[in-house]
Design a protein. Structure first.
Lengths: 457, 107
């Protein structure tokens, strides 16, 4: 039995859709972001209650158990995950959403004879499967289960072409015959396409791919709305597809990349491969005491935090160091590269967690002119985002990416684990500059030692 | 669904999607992506409809898997986004809320 008249169902779905629009709107501004997210969650809750009241459903107990299981798995992970691992988690949630959409379309195939609806079924399955497999690869790359470097094998381009052609053929058969066997074949081809699409992407570009796959899942959900004749799915999916596309472009431009260059750059030949050679040129290595003196007697210090800081869980120590220096009269700012960490805005989250005042976090455009007035630029666990190769060597994989101009500061200090090149796998000329000194070691250990040395001065 | 109505809805939704996020600072890219990610977890209602309309055991299992996956997307997405944003706001709200906390306990 259905408790709700179709009109009421439509109105409640409309309310949910409005909630989603308000959620995206709210998330675009720092003051309203959290409320926006809660409005989105409220909209989702309304929609889920509505679906139970509006349609004649069998198996309700089993469905409720499945929902409980999904929540019981996802909510604790979401609450407990280390903030450094958050990009993986977002990718994972995105992937399972795409997988769910693909399964829904697969199951609906038998109920639909209309060829246009079957086209929507094919689209949902293909895009959902690509998003599922592609997100899986991004999770593996970010978690460093597989290499973060582009994975390319000879003939990959042909493999991709063959898979896509086969998917078109399988899709054609699905539309023509509605056969479940072809549909399963299509799903498998979608999974293969997802793998082939994301494997060649270099580590530093993975966040952009996550955002792109997020938009893909949105489109798959929109198409599933056509399959199920459900307007809310169409609207919500389209919203995410459209906003996800804009967001992907914004992220790519923050890194000075084009989206197609990221996705297909490796296919075109080696451009994202970079150099792995470690040269044996001399660098100036110094101890924590030297670093402490440089920092404590500076007028102005700009700290450039990177992923290494987050990995070492050093954000609290660096916050303490900044406070200590400020107490000694040193002017301290944090320069945040748009892609510091593993995702745009990731570093802001990490430093906010460590109670660094929002005002001392400076965005790149704001802080770059200030480096020439800085006595010391302290680079902690960052490499690619300060690598001058992005400006000077056109052959470099990161060429064109805007960087933080730490080279203009009077002194540059790098806290690094080793001379190993950064996530993008490129050497940094700045490390060999005469005004650069390096303090090797885990970022947190080094910072603790430097902090101790500053306090002892 | 009438194809023209559908097209109208899709086109309007595309424009709304473009507009609402067109000017967002890079600081909020990650939470916004995460929030959008949570929203497409609404595929859950599709999964519920499919699971509620099937009578065959094998298909029901697949549909329930879809329900679990979609719930993980929806619930996990909103929770992790909230957690991220809580870190931005936490510092500023701790001071004002600290004095009111004992009053809340007194109720």
């Amino acid at each position: 039995m259905s408790l709700l008249a179709p009109e009421w169902t439509a109105i409640l779905y409309l309310i949910a859709a409005v909630c989603f629009i308000l959620a995206l709107k709210g998330l675009s501004s720092p003051r309203t972001a959290r409320r926006g997210n809660l409005i989105g969650a409220a909209g989702a809750f309304v929609a889920v209650v509505t679906v139970f009241l509006s349609a004649r459903l069998e198996n309700i107990p089993a469905i409720l158990v499945a929902i409980a299981v999904g929540s019981a798995v996802a909510a604790p992970i979401a609450r407990r995950v280390q903030m450094t691992q958050m990009p993986q988690l977002v990718a994972l949630f995105n992937g399972v959403g795409g997988g769910a959409a693909a399964l829904v379309a697969l199951l609906e195939l038998g109920h639909n004879a209309d060829p246009w609806v079957r086209v929507a079924v094919v689209f949902t399955m293909l895009i959902g499967a690509i998003s599922f497999a592609g997100s899986g690869v991004t999770v593996a790359k970010l978690q460093e289960l597989i290499t973060t470097r582009p994975v390319i094998f000879p003939g990959m381009r042909w493999a991709m072409t063959a898979v896509l052609l086969a998917a078109v053929v399988a899709g054609g058969f699905v539309v023509a015959t509605g056969s479940g066997g072809w549909a399963v074949a299509l799903l498998l081809l979608g999974l293969a396409a997802g793998l082939l699409l994301v494997l060649p992407v270099g580590g530093a570009d993975v966040p952009i791919v996550i955002s792109l796959l997020n938009a893909f899942t949105g489109l798959a959900v929109a198409a599933s709305g056509i399959v199920l004749d459900n307007l809310l799915l169409v609207v919500a999916g389209t919203l995410v597809g459209a906003s996800g596309t804009i967001l992907t472009r914004a992220m790519a431009s923050a890194m000075g990349r084009g989206v197609s260059g990221i996705m297909f750059g490796a296919f075109r030949g080696g451009s994202t491969a970079g150099s792995t050679t470690q040269s044996n040129r001399p660098v100036r290595s110094s101890g924590p005491e030297d670093v402490a003196v440089l920092l404590a007697y500076a007028q102005r210090v700009i700290i450039v935090p990177g992923y290494g800081l987050a990995v070492a869980q050093g954000q609290h120590t660096i916050a303490e160091l900044a406070t200590t220096l400020a107490a000694r009269g040193v002017e301290v700012d944090f320069a945040i590269h748009p892609v510091a960490g593993r995702m745009p805005g990731h570093m802001n989250v990490l430093l906010a967690e460590a109670n660094v005042p929002y005002e001392s976090l400076k965005e790149m455009a704001e802080v770059n002119p200030e480096f020439k007035h800085a006595d010391v630029a302290l680079v902690v666990g960052a490499n690619d985002v300060v690598n001058p190769a992005a400006k000077s060597s056109p052959g470099s994989p990161i060429y064109g990416m805007p960087i933080l101009e730490v080279g203009q500061a009077r002194q540059v200090i790098f806290l690094k684990r080793s001379m190993r090149p950064g996530f993008a796998g490129i050497e940094n000329e700045l490390l060999y500059d005469p005004k650069t000194s390096l303090l090797f070691g885990d970022a947190k250990d080094s910072l603790t030692k430097v902090l101790g040395a500053v306090n002892a001065l | 669904m009438d194809p023209i109505t559908l097209l109208t809805v899709v086109v309007l939704a595309v424009f709304v999607g473009f507009e609402v996020v067109s000017k967002v600072s890079s600081t909020l890219h990650t939470p916004l992506m995460s929030g959008a990610n949570a929203i497409h977890g609404i595929i859950l209602i599709g999964a519920i409809l499919v699971a509620g309309q099937t009578t065959e055991a094998g298909l029901l299992v697949v549909a329930l898997i879809a329900v679990v996956l979609a719930t993980a997307n929806l619930v996990g997405g909103f929770v992790v986004t909230d957690r991220m944003l809580g870190m931005f706001r936490g510092r500023k709200t701790t001071q004002p809320t600290a004095p009111t906390a004992p009053a809340g306990e007194g109720k």
